[in-house]
Ligand binder design. Structure first.
Ligand SMILES: [Zn+2]
Length: 177
C-alpha cells in the first residue's frame, strides 16, 4: 500500500510542496541567501534568523537532495475539512512561526509553522509547538518512514529516500502545453 492509499483510509492526503528542483534553482537559493537583502516578504520565512545565517544553519544546501530527485517537501491535508486556502496578495500575513490563523493559508493541517519556515520551531521535534501539532508531525514522519522515507530533523516537511538519487540534475521543468 502506498503512503497516499494508507492516508486515504483515514480521510487524509499528502500535499506536495516541492519535489525535483533543478540544480540551477538550488544555486539561486544559495545566491539569494548571500545577497544581503532582507525584504518584509522574505522575512516571513525566517523571522528569527538573518538570511545570511540560513546556509550556515542548514536550512539551505548547496547540493540539495531535491536536485537528485530523492527529496520531497510535503505535509498532510485533512479531507474532512474545508480547505479553501485562498492567498490574498493584498493582505499582510504573520510570519511562518505565527499562529495558524495569522499565517498565509495553504490548506494543510497545522504543523506549528508554515512550510519552508527557517526557524527552530520547524525542527521536527521542536518543544515550542502544541501536542496536537506534534502528533501530526509524528504521523507524517511515521507514515513516510513505513515506505522508507527519512525526515530531515530541521524541517518537519522534508523527506528523502536513502540510496537513490546520487546524481544531481539540472534540466528545467517545462510547462505542459
Ligand atoms: Zn526540502
Amino acid at each position: 500500500m502506498s503512503v497516499q492509499e494508507e492516508l486515504a483510509l483515514q480521510k487524509l492526503s499528502l500535499k506536495m510542496f516541492d519535489c525535483y528542483r533543478p540544480a540551477r534553482a538550488s544555486a539561486d537559493m544559495v545566491a539569494w541567501s548571500r545577497d544581503g537583502r532582507e525584504t518584509a516578504a522574505s522575512k516571513r520565512y525566517n523571522p528569527a534568523f538573518s538570511k545570511a545565517d540560513l546556509f550556515r544553519l542548514g536550512y539551505i544546501a548547496q547540493y540539495s537532495g531535491h536536485s537528485t530527485g530523492s527529496a520531497l517537501d510535503l505535509s498532510l491535508v485533512n479531507l474532512r475539512d474545508d480547505n479553501p486556502a485562498t492567498f490574498d496578495p493584498q493582505k499582510t500575513y504573520g510570519d511562518c512561526t505565527a499562529n495558524v490563523n495569522l499565517r498565509a493559508p495553504d490548506g494543510s493541517i497545522d504543523m506549528g509553522t508554515g512550510y519552508d519556515c527557517s526557524d527552530v520551531k520547524s525542527h521536527t521535534s521542536a518543544k515550542s509547538i502544541t501536542s496536537s501539532q506534534r502528533e501530526w508531525r509524528q504521523k507524517l514522519v511515521q507514515v513516510m518512514a513505513r515506505r522508507g522515507f527519512v525526515n530531515y530533523s530541521k524541517e518537519w516537511w522534508h523527506f528523502s529516500l536513502p540510496g537513490v538519487g546520487r546524481q544531481a540534475y539540472d534540466f528545467p521543468i517545462q510547462k505542459r502545453n
